[in-house]
Design a protein around this ligand. Structure first.
Ligand SMILES: *Cc1c(COP(=O)(O)O)cnc(C)c1O
Length: 396
């Protein structure tokens, strides 16, 4: 073989440990190849026919994604996982999978991530899927609405945004299962460190890995962790629709996940400190935080969440503050970053009135409890004294 040819081929495709001289990389490399070859056409035929396991085309499977999927499935004790290009893609594919063999009707928590509400109302409903909403923390209402609508899917978030309500996942799963509905849980705010939805009866758990799991504000991605039945459906949908994550993002996500538990623990303890500091500040009229013994879902929180881990998000209200006072407070922050997103290593603050609840009328916002003085803070891993000092000078 001529040197020109060797320069192109030598060294590649040696990652098979079963071959003599083969090696296994310590961390998963970024596999950018769109397709894969085998020693014989007969073997490629078997792989393409799914009679033999193997990679043939990256829309179906990709070794970098497969490593992330195995990691996520193991973190949440699922049968398998699908890595998607964003959290919203993960929610979309999970809902399609939930409804594939069921009544085309979704009963969703009324407090949902904004884009998820849009997905339901602006994409799925116009396609003929029935959409109904319910206060997911009111079990009697959940039961009644399931009876009324016989949904094929129940959709909830483990911890709601921005008021941090927590539904009784075990009971909701029982009600959904008894009615033959699939339970899809968006577990982004909780992460697998706090809650693993499949252990509480959910069929699928979805994440925006853009948030806590990747954790550094530099990657967009989503994951669906499923039981066996729904894993097969999501993968089949994915082969056809092509929602998969790119291998570069997959690599960054895996790299991020290696430290997510460490980051999350620190974020939770920082958030606890910040929440109790805020509660005693004269300008703060209300603090929403899961550690609060007076939280409306305190009993569920005690059952569902591990001791001492109450999440990184603190929502609070400034006394008699309107939009102008809120802008002023946020503009004075020097350390805490004013931006959308959450779950990053840095503290992030966002004003729901101009973000997640921008399209909700002021009247409806009041009804939901999203007052003009309310902000959502996602506490990062900085030294907590510095976070508190920044809030203190901005509130002065
Ligand atoms: C951010 C977020 C999403 C959407 O994820 P993207 O990665 O932005 O597409 C869905 N659900 C929740 C709870 C989120 O916070």
């Amino acid at each position: 073989m001529k040197i020109e040819t060797k320069a192109i081929h030598a060294g590649d495709r040696k990652a098979d440990p079963s071959k003599p001289g083969g090696f296994v990389p310590v961390t998963t490399p970024i596999y950018t190849a769109a397709s894969y070859i085998y020693e014989s056409t007969a073997q490629l035929d078997r792989v393409l026919g799914r009679e033999e396991e193997g990679y043939c085309y990256s829309r179906y499977d990709n070794p970098t994604n497969a490593a992330l999927e195995e990691l996520m499935a193991s973190l949440e004790n699922g049968h398998g996982a699908l890595a998607c290009s964003s959290g919203m893609t993960a929610v979309h594919i999970a809902l399609l999978a939930a409804l594939s063999d069921r009544r085309k009707s979704i009963l969703a928590a009324s407090a949902l991530y904004g884009a998820t509400t849009s997905l339901l109302n602006k994409v799925l409903e116009p396609l003929g899927i029935q959409v109904n909403f319910v206060d997911i923390c009111d079990l009697d209402k959940v039961r009644a609405k399931i009876d009324d609508h016989q949904p094929g899917c129940v959709l909830m978030e483990t911890i709601s945004n921005p008021l941090l309500r927590v539904g009784d996942m075990d009971r909701i799963a029982e009600l959904a299962r008894a009615a033959g509905a699939a339970l899809v849980v968006d577990n982004t705010f909780a992460t697998p460190l706090l809650v693993r939805p499949l252990e509480h009866g959910a069929h699928m758990s979805v994440h925006s890995v853009t948030k806590f799991l990747a954790g550094h504000g530099d990657v967009m991605g989503g994951v669906i962790v499923s039981d066996q039945e729904h894993h097969v459906i999501t993968r089949n949908l994915s082969r056809t629709i092509g929602p998969m994550l790119g291998p570069f993002e997959s690599y960054l996500t895996m790299r991020g996940i290696k430290t997510f538990a460490l980051r999350m623990e620190r974020q939770c303890s920082n958030a606890c400190r910040v929440a109790s500091w805020l509660a005693s500040h004269p300008r703060v009229s209300k603090v929403h935080y899961l550690a609060d013994p007076a939280h409306p879902d305190a009993a569920v929180i005690r059952r569902l969440l591990p001791e001492g881990l109450f999440g990184a998000i603190v929502t609070f209200e400034l006394k008699d503050a309107g939009k102008q006072e809120m802008f002023r407070f946020m503009d004075r922050l020097k350390l805490v970053v004013r931006a959308t997103s959450l779950g990053d290593v840095h503290s992030l603050i966002l004003y729901p009135v101009i973000a997640s609840h921008r399209d909700v009328s002021p009247k409806q916002r009041e009804r939901l409890g999203i007052h003009d003085g309310l902000v959502r803070l996602c506490v990062g891993i900085e030294a907590v004294d510095d976070i508190v000092a920044d809030l203190e000078q901005a509130l002065a």
